[in-house]
Write a protein that binds this ligand. Structure first.
Ligand SMILES: [Zn+2]
Length: 183
């Protein structure tokens, strides 16, 4: 067996046979994708603009791998009820959780409202004019564009955080102006 191997004097080297002579993460990832991931007609590449946890969530949702009550029961895990704990109006599947549930419908409506708001205010901006007064006036607003549906304890906390931030910023600017002898 050894006699069939031809030896030469050149230096020993490693070779990588997947996609070229040298190792690249891309070639390894393509090989893993091709071997293990089911081809469902869309890319498994992560979108680098959005957070990893969102990528992973979307990837799991697209493959119906979310731990919904229906999926848990299919895997033999005992659950008290298959019904959605939020609306109690249907089986808690991935589709129900993301699209059919009343809470999901409300969230989608709110997202559309925000997108409409953003689209309608693309040309808006802050206009800074020269003023004769030296008063420092600040504004803060964190009421979710005045939406009455989202009023809750968490949004009240956001209001307080907004106030705390604006006070801190104002204090910093006032001290800077004092150092510059403008006040
Ligand atoms: Zn529901």
């Amino acid at each position: 067996m050894i006699s069939s191997i031809i030896l030469n004097d050149s230096e020993d080297t490693w070779t990588w046979s997947l996609g070229g002579n040298f190792f690249t993460v891309r070639s390894a990832r393509c090989q893993i994708d091709g071997e293990f991931l089911p081809d469902q007609g869309h890319s498994t590449r992560w979108n680098q603009i959005i957070p990893k946890k969102v990528n992973i969530f979307v990837w799991r949702a697209s493959r119906d791998r979310l731990p919904s009550r229906w999926n848990l029961s299919r895997r033999g895990i005992e659950v008290n009820s298959l019904n959605c704990p939020i609306c109690d109006a249907g089986t808690e599947t991935s589709f129900h959780t993301l699209w059919a549930c009343s809470l999901a419908s409300l969230m989608i409506a709110l997202c559309r409202r925000i997108l409409r708001y953003v689209r309608g205010t693309l040309d808006y901006g802050l206009q800074l004019h020269v003023s004769s007064t030296t008063q420092l006036i600040v504004y803060t607003d964190a009421d979710w564009a005045g939406c009455p549906v989202t009023l809750s304890r968490s949004s009240a906390e956001v209001e307080y955080r907004g106030i705390a931030n604006v006070v801190a910023e104002t204090t910093w600017i006032r001290n800077l102006l004092r150092e510059l002898h403008t006040s």
